[in-house]
Design a protein around this ligand. Structure first.
Ligand code: NAD
Length: 255
């Protein structure tokens, strides 16, 4: 099937480099004809993201640190000017201090807890509340989560608690925005070697365990997440909202 997203305007937040899950998602969306706007966090990653965005004709690049309300306001203003109508939002953003992703959860600091929740959970709501008014033809919002939201996994710690808040946010946002014909879902991806994953101690042993135990006996490829995201952004998934969809080669079902 081709052109599933032709004529659709989508915002992709969370590309830092070509390993980012958001980048794999962008490629799947672009392959189906979506027009994309990318955001980058700060000048540190701007050049890298610009080079990637330039490979997708017609795409737009905007700056947005998701912890700053004024920057989200400015982003939405620019989207309104350029796109008018928005059809999709991909939120693929998370952060926790490295020291919180090592050792025991019980040692989490107040500042570390707050920061992880602000960037990794609240930010979805901060963006959703501003973009849904642009989704006048209906819309789809999606975010990225991980199994550490439901199970106590070694070293995932405060990020697991933030992902639980993010998943609950997905359900509340879906309930609020459904009457506006806006759907909200999350993909729970298996572990993928990215910049964010580097911060998690012993990430290699997590990958090895998945390879050994997942029903499909392999780790998750970012393109698998990209294609599921494309499905969620398309009309094919029009009956699905408030869901957490696993793209993990089945790892979550095994004991
Ligand atoms: P990544 O490092 O490529 O992406 C994380 C992004 O978050 C980066 O682009 C970074 O710039 C952005 N970000 C962090 N703080 C920000 C801020 N204040 N403002 C704006 N942007 C900010 O890593 P990734 O693995 O692609 O992560 C994307 C999402 O996928 C995250 O939510 C992550 O938790 C989730 N996820 C990752 C895995 C994995 O194994 N890699 C598995 C499941 C879920």
């Amino acid at each position: 099937m081709n052109g599933l997203l032709t004529g659709k305007n989508m915002l992709v937040m969370g590309v830092a480099n070509d390993r980012s899950i958001a980048w794999a998602i962008a490629q799947s969306l672009a392959a189906q004809g979506a027009r994309l706007a990318f955001t980058y966090e700060n000048e540190r990653v701007e050049e890298r993201v610009r080079k990637l965005a330039e490979t997708i004709p017609g795409s737009m690049l905007l700056q947005c640190n998701i912890t700053v309300d004024e920057e989200i306001d400015a982003l939405v203003h620019q989207l309104k000017e350029s796109f008018g109508v928005l059809h999709g939002l991909v939120h693929s953003i998370a952060f926790a201090k490295t020291e919180e992703l090592d050792g025991m959860f019980v040692d989490t600091s107040r500042a570390g807890f707050t920061l992880a929740h602000d960037i990794s959970a609240y930010s979805l709501t901060a963006v959703a509340q501003r973009v849904y008014p642009l989704m006048t033809e209906g819309g789809s919002i999606m975010t990225m989560t991980y199994l550490g939201s439901e199970r106590a996994l070694p070293n995932y710690n405060v990020m697991g608690v933030a992902k639980a808040a993010l998943e609950a946010s997905v359900r509340y946002l879906a309930a609020d925005l459904g009457p506006h014909n806006v759907r909200v879902n999350a993909i729970s991806a298996g572990p993928i070697r990215t910049l964010a994953a580097k911060g998690i101690k012993d990430f290699n042993s997590i990958l090895r365990q998945v390879e050994a135990k997942a029903p499909l006996r392999r780790t998750t490829d970012a393109s698998e997440v990209g294609d599921t995201a494309m499905f969620l952004m398309s009309n094919l998934s029009r009956g699905i909202t408030g869901e957490i969809i696993y793209v993990d080669n089945g790892y979550n079902i095994v004991g």
